[in-house]
Design a protein around this ligand. Structure first.
Ligand code: MN
Length: 522
């Protein structure tokens, strides 16, 4: 199918209608899509924007040729439906079901009303369906869930501005049904849901300001499935793992990444990837929209590691990223669970995130009190004293095991700059030490680090593994777990954390979106 016209050219009209000002990357990459092997696909999306209509889209030449059909396709051979030829859509849109933000082009809700495969009926169209569209007449056979048989799209009018009116009709074949009306079959063939149901509880958002490969943003990450985990177990040393909606090449699955601790088996890369997929949906709220720095140990944690922030050229196009305004560089950000699997496949064992979000670099979302050094019982004593002070101030906070020797206390803070949060953390530490004499005595060896409460501050992300034997995890714990005698900084590992998250939930859910102002301390 060689031809001069590129997919990129064909997408230009789509792109022109959208605002890519916020993203300097190319917004739909011809090389990445192109012609895919196998039969051509079609989709009909029921789209409630300014007015209800059905978007009829045919895969051709790596994009979706598209028509808006106000009343929807019909199987009734006596009925002709008006159709308006609209700009080609990126192929990534083919299974999109969710909402489009109100201010953006096409704002509203979308369901996949029908999908399946299509074939050009005329031999000349088969050789060049794009030409058939340009010539104003497409004869096709559809094989979908609702639509079957032969359809014709034919152009009836083209005005001086290039706006095209077409007609869509169904041939009188064995699939013809008199009186058949699309509105009588209102549910999605993907989810079984109606537009109202999707609007009330959408799974995905279409960010048309992002490049097509990343435009479908997951609103509610879903748990990894047993079938996905079984597929990983069934792979040999390497292969392609289809997980969280992405195909991720995986390698060296039986390599030891973490040496054994005590009598346990060493932890392999397969187990690391399994953990990343399992914990991704739980960890995501603490990673999304935050700059990610990854401590990579491609040959396991016994070898020397290196830090990575930049998105490598070899990264797949779907991998979420943000542009650091300081460097102009595309950097990592984990905006979906599959990104953690990709990071882990590349030996990224420790995940460090910024204390501020990428869109408000000078606004920390929380104060972190980092207690480390000293003996663990003393760290726990200090943590309980902070808890008493924080409860007294009627603030909500939670603790997180470092996975190494210490513990952090996370206190959500809104409306403060880094200078404020840092001064506040230091004041809190002073008053804790002054009011409670045990602090000075029992916790004398505990080091209290306020470095992360400064601009550019970063912390080990909740649920990140740590690069030490046994694969301990920096896991959030409930407030009253600080009284638990069995609590140890490295007691939770990649083997135990997913089960705990399933059974007991996420201790940080109490603070994830909490907005609270820090009260004055003096
Ligand atoms: Mn539409």
């Amino acid at each position: 199918m060689a031809r001069a016209r590129s997919t990129g050219d064909r997408l230009r009209r789509y792109q022109a209608k959208r605002d890519f000002a916020r993203t300097p990357e190319p917004a739909g990459n011809a090389a990445a899509t192109g012609r895919r092997p196998g039969p051509l696909r079609f989709v009909v999306q029921r789209h409630r924007a300014r007015a209800l209509h059905y978007d009829f889209r045919l895969e051709m030449d790596g994009v979706l040729a598209s028509w808006a059909v106000p009343k929807g396709p019909t199987l009734d051979p006596k009925v002709r439906r008006a159709a308006f030829h609209v700009e080609d859509h990126p192929i990534e849109y083919i299974d999109f079901e969710g909402i489009i933000p109100a201010r953006q082009y096409g704002g509203g809700d979308v369901i996949v009303w029908d999908t399946g495969t299509w074939e050009p009926v005329r031999e000349s169209d088969a050789a060049d369906p794009v030409r058939a569209v340009a010539d104003g007449e497409v004869h096709m056979a559809l094989d979908g869930e609702k639509l079957h048989g032969r359809f014709v799209l034919v152009r009836t009018r083209r005005d001086s501005s290039g706006k095209e009116e077409w007609l869509m009709l169904h041939k009188n074949d064995e699939f013809a049904v008199a009186g058949w009306n699309a509105e009588d079959w209102p549910r999605s063939v993907l989810s079984g849901r109606t537009n109202d149901e999707v609007k009330a509880d959408p799974d995905r958002l279409w960010r048309s300001d992002l490049p097509a490969a990343r435009a479908a943003v997951l609103l509610k990450p879903v748990a990894v499935t047993a079938a996905e985990l079984a597929q990983l177990d069934a792979l040999g040393e390497s292969g392609v793992w289809s997980v969280h909606g992405r195909d991720i090449p995986v390698t060296h699955l039986d390599a030891v990444m973490f040496a054994k601790r005590g009598r346990q088996r060493p932890v392999t890369k397969r187990e690391l990837l399994r953990y990343a997929a399992q914990i991704g949906p739980t960890a995501l709220p603490y990673l999304t929209d935050r700059a990610l720095a990854v401590h990579r140990y491609p040959n396991g944690v016994r070898s020397k590691g290196s830090w990575q922030r930049a998105v490598p050229k070899s990264a797949p196009e779907w991998l979420p990223r943000w542009t650091n305004p300081a460097s102009g560089r595309a950097e990592l950000v984990a905006g979906e669970p599959a990104a953690l699997v990709w990071v882990s496949e590349h030996g990224g064992i420790e995940w460090q995130v910024s204390v501020a979000r990428t869109d408000a670099w000078d606004q920390p979302t929380h104060v972190v009190i980092d207690l480390s050094g000293g003996r663990w019982p003393e760290v726990l004593v200090a943590a309980r004293l902070y808890r008493t002070a924080i409860d007294h101030l009627r603030l909500t906070a939670r603790a997180k095991l470092s996975g190494a020797g210490g513990l952090e206390i996370w206190i959500p803070a809104s409306g403060a700059g880094f200078a404020d949060t840092r001064a506040w953390a230091e004041d809190l530490s002073e008053s804790v030490a002054a009011v409670l004499p045990e602090m000075a005595k029992g916790a004398a060896t505990v080091r209290i680090d306020h470095a992360q409460n400064a601009e550019g501050g970063a912390v080990i992300a909740p649920y990140s593994p740590r690069a030490t034997p046994g694969a301990p995890v920096s896991a959030p714990v409930e407030w009253d777990a600080l009284d638990d005698r069995g609590l140890k900084p490295d007691v939770l590992t990649v083997r135990s954390v997913p089960e705990r998250a399933d059974a007991d939930g996420d201790p940080f859910r109490a603070i994830v979106d909490r907005r609270q102002a820090l009260p004055a301390l003096r």
